[in-house]
Design a protein around this ligand. Structure first.
Ligand code: PEP
Ligand code: MN
Length: 337
């Protein structure tokens, strides 16, 4: 961190700032020019509040030179994190494919889709039981019944299950039944939920918020890891822009960027990112080429009849074709699929 003091700052004012820095166990190294007074702050500055220092009238500027996230950062953990879910590894050399409906609509539906995902090369099943719908009148999900239906789908196929949590009060249910707990875009900054998930030993798939920066997203991952749960999988699902042809704008540049900043695995959700079934395949190919560790795709045996997100849902056959094509891309970049 670099603190620049105003020219007219008095000795007493500067000392007040230096005392504050010392109180946090940090060292201030002075760099004195003719018309400036700059201090380089060394040590763990993550607990130092920039806003608070900026509030002093003698301070001209405060600049963070290191990242505010620590446990998430590749600087402190150079190797890739590989998250194990049964026999499945996320973040290793193999690119994983997760597929399933937006919403669980009943036992027969999720079991049939799970078999279809398995037959078409999928590694895990997704499906929502607690749905974050924009309208309170839209289908809200089958809740516990949906979770139990998914458990049946896992029992029959052996594939791990991914489903979204919306409230910390349901953590026990998720810990008991679910393999990977999804935190949806709308809850990315539900800090109490993140803190509660930090205390459990389950992989968390953390989606990027609708309008959140990469740093805010990584800070949310830091919340989970700060509590002791290191099993975080990042998921880019598109962000809001001015563009209306697509539901969101898929930010594929986050893949190499996040790989540089963090050791955590990253998966791409092309379904919510585009909102359009016919764009899903191209975005999957591009995501694998860019280095994604996995894909999470909405698929259904009859997309037109899906109870939610029908227009972005692909068929099970299309899921299989995407897998075959992505496999070729993966081979080109030295990965498996
Ligand atoms: C979902 O995965 O069904 C979902 C609601 O995703 P998101 O939080 O990305 O909108
Ligand atoms: Mn959906």
């Amino acid at each position: 961190m670099i603190i620049t003091m105003k020219n007219k700052a008095t000795k007493a004012e500067i000392e007040e700032i230096l005392e504050l820095v010392n109180k946090h166990g940090l060292k201030a190294l002075p760099i004195h020019g003719d018309d400036y007074r700059v201090f380089g702050i060394v040590g763990d500055t993550s607990k130092l509040d920039i806003e608070m220092i900026n509030a002093y009238s003698c301070v001209d500027n405060v600049l963070r030179v290191s990242t505010p996230f620590k446990k998430v950062s590749r600087t402190f953990h150079p190797e890739n994190t590989i998250i194990k879910v049964g026999n499945l590894e996320i973040g290793g050399n193999k690119v994983v494919m997760i597929g399933g409906p937006c919403s669980i609509e009943g036992k027969d539906q999720i079991v049939r889709i799970a078999h279809g995902i398995k037959e078409n090369g999928g590694d895990a099943i997704r499906g929502g039981a607690y749905k974050p719908r924009t309208s309170p009148y839209a289908f809200q999900g089958l809740a516990t019944e949906g979770i139990l239906n998914m458990v049946e789908a896992r029992n029959q196929t052996g594939l791990p299950i991914v489903t979204e949590i919306m409230d910390a009060s349901k953590i026990d249910e998720f810990v008991k039944h679910v393999d990977i707990i999804q935190v949806g875009a709308r809850n990315m900054q539900n800090f109490e939920l993140l803190k509660a998930l930090g205390k459990i030993d389950k992989p968390i798939l953390l989606k990027r918020g609708l309008a959140n920066t990469i740093e805010e997203w990584l800070m949310s991952a830091e919340y989970i890891m700060a509590g002791g749960n290191n099993k975080v999988i990042l998921c880019e699902r598109g962000i809001r822009t001015f563009e209306k042809y697509t539901r969101n704008t898929l930010d594929l540049s986050v893949i190499p960027l996040v790989k540089k900043l963090s050791h955590l695995p990253i998966v791409i959700d092309p379904s919510h990112a585009t909102g359009k079934a016919d764009l899903v395949e191209s975005m999957c190919l591009a995501a694998v080429a860019a280095g994604a560790d996995g894909l999470i795709i909405e698929a259904h045996y009859d997309p037109r009849k899906a109870w939610s997100d029908a227009s972005q849902t692909i068929t099970l056959e299309a899921f299989g074709k995407i897998k075959e094509k992505c496999k070729k891309i993966a081979e080109v970049i030295g990965r498996e699929m």
